[in-house]
Design a binder for this molecule. Sequence first.
Ligand SMILES: [Zn+2]
Length: 331
Amino acid sequence: MISQHIHKEILLEYEKLADDAKRKLELKKEICYRKCPRIKEIDDELNTTAIKLSKAIINANKIDKDKYLEEIRVLTENLKLEKKKLMKENGFLDGYFKDVYVCDKCKDTGFIDNKKCSCYKQKLINKVYDMSNIAEIIKTENFSSFSMDYYDKEIDEQNGMSPYENMKYIMRRCSIFIEDFDSKFKNMVFYGDSGLGKTFLCRCIAKELLDKGKIVLYVTAKNLFEMFEKEKFNKDDEQIDNQILQLTKEADLLIIDDLGTEFITSLSTTELFDIINSRILLKKSTIISTNLSSDEISRNYSERIVSRLYGEYEMIKFFGRDIRIIKKLKI
Ligand SMILES: [Zn+2]
C-alpha cells in the first residue's frame, strides 16, 4: 500500500537523521572533552545520577525517597551549573550540543510521547505534494526578487488606485501576515484575474512560514476536491489522502490555491465548508486564492461558505494587466 510505503520512507529518513545527529554529537563531545576533561566527568556523573534516580524511584520507601530525590536534585543542579560555567569559560555557546538535530523538539525521532511531531506531519505533506519543490522555486523567486516593475502606475478608474499602489499594499499585508503569524489569527482571500502574482505570493508566504518551522499545507483546490472524492470511497484512516485531509484542519497554515477550478459537487462544498469552519474555530489561518470575482464567488459557493469568507477573511483584490504577458512582450 502506498501509505505504508510513504511512512516507511519517512521513518528511514529519521533513522538517517538520528545517525547523523549521533555522529555530530560524538564529534562535538570529543572536541569539548578534550578541551576541558572536567566536563566529561560531569556528564558521566549526570548519567550515573540519572540511573540512580530511576532505581531510587522503584525501591525506597516514601520518606527516604523524598530525601534522596531532593539530594539528587541539588546534586544534578550543581553539576549542571558547573558544566554551564565551564562551557562558557571554554568558549562553547549555549546551544553547542543542541544544534546537532534538524528538529530539536523531537530530537529527530519524529515523535514526542508517541505522537507525531510537527516535523513528521510536514514530512508527510512534503512527500505527498513535493512541497520541497516550492522551496526550490522560491530559492530564486521570493519576496526580495518580486519585481514591482510589471505593475502599472497609472490609476485604474474602477479601483481608484494604480495596480502598482495596490500591489505595494498587498505586499505590506503579506509581510504583516508573516510577522504576526504566531500572535494573530488571520485569513485572506486573494482574488482577481490570473497572471497577477497570486500563486506566487501564496508560495512566498508558504516558504517563509516553512522556514519558521510551521506546518504549512499548500494544496490546489483541484487536488483538495479530488481527495474529497476519494475519501468518499475509502474511509481508511491509514490512507495518506485521508491523513492529508486531517491535516487540512490541523496545519498551522492552509493555502488553497486556485479555488474555482475544481469540479464542484454538493458533497465537496460541504467538506470545504467543514474545513473552513473548523479552522476558524481552531483559530488557524487560511489563505485562499481564486481567479473568480467577488460576484462569482458568491454565485458558485454555498451561502455558508460565502458568509464565512466575507466575515472572517480579508478580501484582497488583485487587478491590472497579466504580468506573464507583459514579461513575454519585454523579452
Ligand atoms: Zn520533530
